[in-house]
Design a protein around this ligand. Structure first.
Ligand code: ATP
Length: 216
């Protein structure tokens, strides 16, 4: 069974991430999902809170789902870390035959050409893309750069293919998107507003106990 990989800043983790992971676990029939908090993300601003806090919140959030695992490899690096390097490490550890699935939203997929060594990603893992029902990738793929469009056309496959090959496929899964973002949660905390029901209680308690996100 394939292993899923969900990278993110998780600044903080919330129910949008957890529902995405739960739906993908079920629909893609994954045996495990590794949550990999980014250390120094190459693509975006530095996270607002330390890697130690972000990892602790992920650990609290996934504690009751045995198929979800915290993987701290990226936060231990001090240099910018690229997904392609993380996948190379996982491939070396888990073996050439283990199917790996890189999980992401449709918006992230359409920007894939901006990732470091992006075409290598297909050699190392499948890519499983979550899209909102009624807002398919197929309808939007023409907005992607031509090289990405041709990978999409050649590699698109059914979910069953994920366990038959170790890497190289693209699978789309219809996943209702919750309108929750880490940005929303950070701003709610900074405004002293409630964050209940946007993320697990244990994570909300951790944020308050450690006085995280009190400023924007
Ligand atoms: P921020 O608001 O700080 O940009 P974020 O909430 O988007 O953060 P990230 O850690 O950047 O969270 O996201 C990690 C992964 O989770 C990305 O692939 C992103 O597409 C996905 N994701 C984030 N929020 C949701 C959501 N509400 N529903 C589905 N997927 C989500």
């Amino acid at each position: 069974m394939p292993v899923g990989i969900l990278g993110g800043t998780f600044d903080p983790i919330h129910y949008g991430h957890l529902r995405l992971a739960e739906e993908m676990l079920e629909l893609a029939r994954l045996r495990q999902i590794r949550f990999i908090p980014a250390g120094t993300p190459p693509h975006r601003d530095l996270p607002q809170v330390s890697a130690v806090h972000r990892s602790a919140m992920v650990q609290l959030a996934i504690a009751d789902q045995p198929a979800f695992v915290l993987d701290g490899r990226e936060i231990q690096r001090t240099t910018p870390c690229y997904t392609v390097d993380t996948l190379r490490e996982l491939r070396a550890e888990l073996g050439a035959a283990q199917p790996l699935c890189l999980l992401m939203g449709g918006d992230a997929f359409l920007q894939l050409h901006s990732w470091h060594e992006w075409e290598q990603l297909f050699e190392l893992a499948h890519i499983v893309v979550g899209y909102r029902p009624g807002f398919t990738l197929e309808e939007r793929i023409h907005t992607a750069m031509p090289q990405l469009q041709s990978h999409y056309q050649q590699r698109l496959c059914a979910v069953e293919a994920l366990s038959q090959q170790p890497a190289g496929g693209i699978v789309e899964l219809a996943i209702p998107k919750l309108e929750i973002s880490a940005t929303l949660i950070r701003s709610r905390v900074a405004e002293n507003r409630s964050i209940r029901y946007l993320l697990p209680n244990a994570v909300a308690d951790y944020i308050h106990q450690h006085h995280l996100y009190t400023t924007c």
